[in-house]
Design a protein around this ligand. Structure first.
Ligand SMILES: Cc1ncc(COP(=O)(O)O)c(C=O)c1O
Length: 397
């Protein structure tokens, strides 16, 4: 089938949550994708930060095939060997010593919110209120759209889940003022992704940690987008030298096999006991065996250093463009999570780049967002920025 055939079917048979799309990718390899008409593209978006090892990475494919030959599903009524190994592996790599697995980022955040509330409840001091930051994005379930402090995601879905309040990101005094005796947790993306690739300023995250300690509030980091090597560190909080009490992961964890994870300290883990939370598919053999293979690749010596180097290259090339193209307001990012803010909506750039065989995305209307596979080559980065340079020239930007 062609792109057009597939688009017609999509328009006829899918509930229209994603708008009308014109292109269908049918094959991928490394940082490249091919559409149904045979056109080749350089992928700088990785399926929204998912394919950290690019497309059809041999280690990922092998893990999937080997596991599919052994056992796909068994349920959490029984132990699942790769799930247990993944929890052990993750616990050796960060502060979180206990893990719960689910199937998506929203579910991971749901689990984080639930365990935070339940933790205080089991302590005998219920503190159900959760504070989140404006422009955040935490998912599309009812609790996670409520946590997502962007009104456009709330409209028409009211009543929302009670117990959430919002503060401006990067404003420590607003956060301090918002904390009440009812506040049980602060939920933040260490780098805001969807809301515009917004970086934590100065010592903001350190100050948030300190405030949480002083006020006896749990800190939840949503690393669904910024985790799994994206910043050049395995987990984003490691780039800022602070530890939350709860972390949520998804996207890159299994390179495209659906998975979510919520990890926490031994102390917070006491919040859940048998029967309090569950997922039929969560932590299934296929997704967890694949995640083990992803982590093996990301933690190979030198891999994350290369991500840092390639991120610096991408950012410095983009900063050079900013001196030539007046509509660029700011270039920001860490590792291979990069945003370029323009004076105007970036949709025309994305469309023109697509015509030229380059895939990137947006983060809000005016920010061009780059989330390339972490295995991208330096030459591919240079090439992509050259094409962007030409495209901005053509647009007179
Ligand atoms: C920071 C963050 N949290 C949560 C989510 C939701 O993840 P999912 O779409 O897997 O539910 C996303 C998705 O973009 C995200 O970027």
């Amino acid at each position: 089938m062609t792109n057009e055939d597939i688009s017609k079917l999509a328009d006829n048979f899918l509930i229209n949550t994603y708008g009308s799309r014109k292109i269908c990718f049918v094959k991928g390899e490394g940082s490249y994708l091919w559409d149904a008409d045979g056109k080749k593209y350089l992928d700088l978006f990785s399926g929204i930060a998912v394919c950290v090892l690019g497309h059809t990475h041999p280690a990922v494919t092998e893990a999937i095939i080997n596991q599919a030959k052994k056992l796909l599903h068994i349920s959490n009524l029984y132990n699942i060997e790769p799930q247990v190994m993944l929890a052990k592996n993750l616990s050796e790599l960060c502060f979180a010593k206990k893990w719960f697995f689910c199937n998506s980022g929203a579910e991971a955040n749901e689990a984080g919110i639930k365990i935070a509330r339940r933790y205080w409840h089991t302590k005998g001091t219920p503190k159900p209120q959760i504070i989140t930051a404006e422009n955040s994005f935490h998912g599309r379930t009812l609790a996670t759209i409520t946590a997502t402090a962007q009104p456009k995601y709330h409209q028409g879905f009211e009543p929302l889940v009670p117990g959430f309040s919002y503060v401006p990101y990067n404003d420590i005094s607003a956060l301090e003022k918002a904390i009440t005796p009812e506040t049980g947790a602060i939920l933040l993306e260490p780098i805001q992704g969807e809301g515009g690739v917004r970086m934590p300023s100065g010592n903001y995250l350190k100050e948030v940690r300190q405030l949480c300690n002083e006020k006896n509030v749990l800190l939840i980091f949503d690393e669904v987008q910024a985790g799994m090597g994206r910043t050049g560190y395995l987990f984003a909080h490691q780039a800022y030298n602070i530890e939350p009490d709860i972390i949520t992961l998804a996207k890159g964890l299994a390179n495209g096999v659906p998975i979510g994870a919520m990890g926490c300290t031994e102390e917070v883990a006491q919040g859940f006991s048998p029967g309090m939370h569950a997922s039929t598919f969560g932590g299934n053999p296929l997704s967890t065996a694949t995640a083990l293979a992803v982590i093996r690749e990301l933690t190979k010596p030198g891999f994350l250093d290369e991500v840092k180097t390639k991120g610096e290259l991408l950012i410095s090339n983009l900063v050079n463009l900013a001196s030539k193209h007046p509509k660029i307001k700011e270039v920001r990012g860490k590792g291979l999570m990069v945003g370029v803010e323009f004076e105007e909506p970036v949709a025309p750039i994305i469309n023109k780049l697509m015509d030229k065989g380059i895939i990137c995305g947006s983060a809000g209307p005016n920010v061009l967002r780059f989330l390339p596979p972490l295995i991208i080559e330096k030459e591919e980065i240079t090439y992509a920025v050259e094409v962007l340079d030409r495209t901005l020239g053509e647009l007179g930007w």
